[in-house]
Structure formats: C-alpha cells, structure tokens
Design a protein around this ligand. Structure first.
Ligand code: NAD
Length: 295
C-alpha cells in the first residue's frame, strides 16, 4: 500500500455495533466498504459516506484490512469458511475479528489463515453502543505483537487497544468480562428487588449504592440509563450476553478453573431467555428478576 493511498477497510457485519464503528472509520478518513445481509444496514453505511458491497467477497477484494463484527463464532466461521473469499484477500493482511467469539474457534481459524500467510487478530470490544459511537471502546486484542502493531492505526478511532496476549486471549478476556458484567447485573437486580419490596425507592437504593462498596457498571450505568427509566434499551441483546457467559464458563471448564457462581448465573440467565422475547435486551433481566413470583 502506498503512502498516498487511502487505506481501504472491509467491514463485515453492520448491526448495532458495526454500523457505528464503520461510521467512525469513515469519519476518520478511511475508505470503508461494508457488507451485511440486511439491506437497511448497507444503506446506512452508504448514507454515512461508505460503500456497500453485495457479498463479503466483493467487500474484501482489494481491502488493506478486514474487520468482522458478527453475532457469534458460528457466523464468523461461516464467513471465513469460503475458499473464494480467502483467495480474494490481499496477501499478508490481517483479518480482525471484533465480534465476541469463542477463543478455541479463533485459534482454529487462526491456524487455517496462517497456512495462507494471513493473520487473524481477535479484538472484541466493551463499551456498548455509546462506546462505539464515541470511539471509547475498550478493545481486548489477542495476537502476535507485529500483527497488533499493524492494526493499531485502524483501531485507534474506535477506542483504546489493550494487547492482552496471544491469539484467542482477547476473546477469552472479553467473555470473562461479560460473565462478570452479567453476574453483577443479576446480583444488583436481586438487591434492588429486595429493597423495593421492603419499601425503599429503587432510585434511592441505586444512588446510595453508587457511593458505596456494592457499586458496579450495573448500578452506575445500566440501572440509571436503562432500568430505572424502564426503557430496557442498552442495545445489547440478552441472548448475546448469554452466549458470552457460556463462552466464559466453557473456557473455565476447559482449563479446570472453578466457575460455580458463573454456572449459577448462566442457569438463571437461561431461564430468563426462555421466558422472554428472543429480542429482549440484557437489561430486561432486571424486570425478569422482579417479576411477580407466581408467574
Ligand atoms: P447485531 O445482531 O446488532 O449485529 C450483527 C450483524 O451481523 C447484523 O446486522 C446481521 O445482519 C449481521 N450478519 C449476520 N450474519 C452475517 C453474515 N453472514 N455476513 C455479514 N453480516 C452478517 O449484534 P451487535 O450488538 O452489533 O453485536 C455484534 C458482536 O459484538 C456480537 O458478537 C456481540 O456479542 C458483540 N458486542 C455487542 C455489544 C453491544 O452493546 N451491542 C457490545 C460489545 C460487544
């Protein structure tokens, strides 16, 4: 790639997060060509100043970087399990999987890409819709030093890169983060439900806990922004959170680490997912916890 040319980024997966992240990359001056099966998502990228491709292969052809922001490892595997697509990638470039994927799957895919002299960097994010919009995501990167150095310029407009280890380490830390976030949220929801039923105003409970030792992102962000106003609109699906929790407990099991509390949390979130609408937001867990008991 020449010094004068604008780096071209292929962006696959233009959903809640991908739409905002791809827009930031356009605003940072990159040429962004995106693909998503949803037509409205492609149209949003075009409206933001990017270009839309009709297939993933069209998007990645000629790209200097490829970013994936897809729901799960299953979808990432389905996209990368395409010889025509892999053949169309520029030699030597890095594919950056920013989805919250499974570390073991990432390691397998990395092996397959390495055979083709390509690199897979895992770079999942935390910070939600607001972090994606404002470029303040925490990016948990896994991969070799030189690959992380090579992708830093395009990750910079999206947030702060933390290089946490080798291939798959980013996806491992992300899953562990979300297991903690989900467990904290469940615990906070149970605490607020108990206090409310005892007669204390939930906003007073949250304001007080936020100046005390029980606070967490659940009490500092999710309760004030999405649960107390009863909007349940954090923009992160409950089903995706449960997927991440299972990745973390599977990881713990695979390395023989204890996950007793995590598995209890998975059990409760699974029951919530079965009771609630498939499109439920993660913050719906709080109203599920505080539902009338005989339902
Ligand atoms: P989303 O469901 O809103 O977006 C996923 C997009 O992928 C959709 O637009 C979908 O049409 C598209 N897609 C599905 N199959 C595809 C394919 N084969 N090729 C191209 N595109 C395809 O999900 P999201 O909330 O944007 O999350 C994306 C990833 O980021 C997930 O792994 C999630 O766990 C993670 N994440 C989400 C948040 C959040 O707050 N929403 C925060 C951090 C991480």
């Amino acid at each position: 790639m020449s010094e004068q040319s604008t780096d071209r980024i292929a962006f696959i997966g233009l959903g809640t997060m991908g739409s905002r992240m791809s827009r930031r990359l356009v605003e940072a001056g990159f040429e962004v060509i995106g693909f998503d099966p949803v037509e409205a998502a492609r149209a949003d990228l075009v409206a933001a100043g990017g270009r839309a491709a009709a297939t993933p292969t069209e998007a990645i052809t000629g790209a200097d970087y490829v970013i994936l922001m897809l729901p799960s490892s299953l979808v990432v595997e389905s996209v990368l399990d395409d010889a025509a697509l892999l053949d169309a990638l520029k030699p030597g470039i890095a594919v950056i999987d920013m989805s919250s994927s499974e570390p073991e799957s990432t390691r397998k895919l990395s092996g397959a890409l390495t055979e083709r002299k390509l690199t897979l960097v895992d770079a999942p994010v935390s910070g939600g819709v607001r972090g994606a919009e404002t470029g303040t995501l925490t990016i948990m990167a896994g991969g070799p030093d030189e690959a992380i150095t090579a992708v830093r310029p395009i990750l910079a407009p999206l947030g702060t890169v933390r290089h946490v280890g080798g291939t798959g380490a980013g996806h491992a830390v992300k899953a562990i983060n979300n297991l903690l976030a989900a467990t904290n949220l469940l615990a906070a929801a149970e605490g607020v439900a108990a206090g409310r039923r005892f007669g204390v105003d939930p906003s007073v409970i949250i304001e007080t806990i936020n100046t005390a030792s029980g606070r967490s992102a659940a009490t500092q962000l999710k309760f004030p922004q999405n649960i107390l106003p009863a909007t349940y609109d954090s923009g992160f699906a409950l089903a995706l959170m449960l997927k991440d929790m299972r990745i973390a407990t599977d990881l713990a099991r695979s390395v023989g680490a204890p996950a007793t509390l995590g598995e209890q949390a998975v059990e409760l979130w699974s029951r919530a997912a079965a009771d609630l609408d498939p499109a439920a937001d993660q913050t719906d867990i709080a109203r599920w916890v505080d539902r009338p008991r005989n339902s």
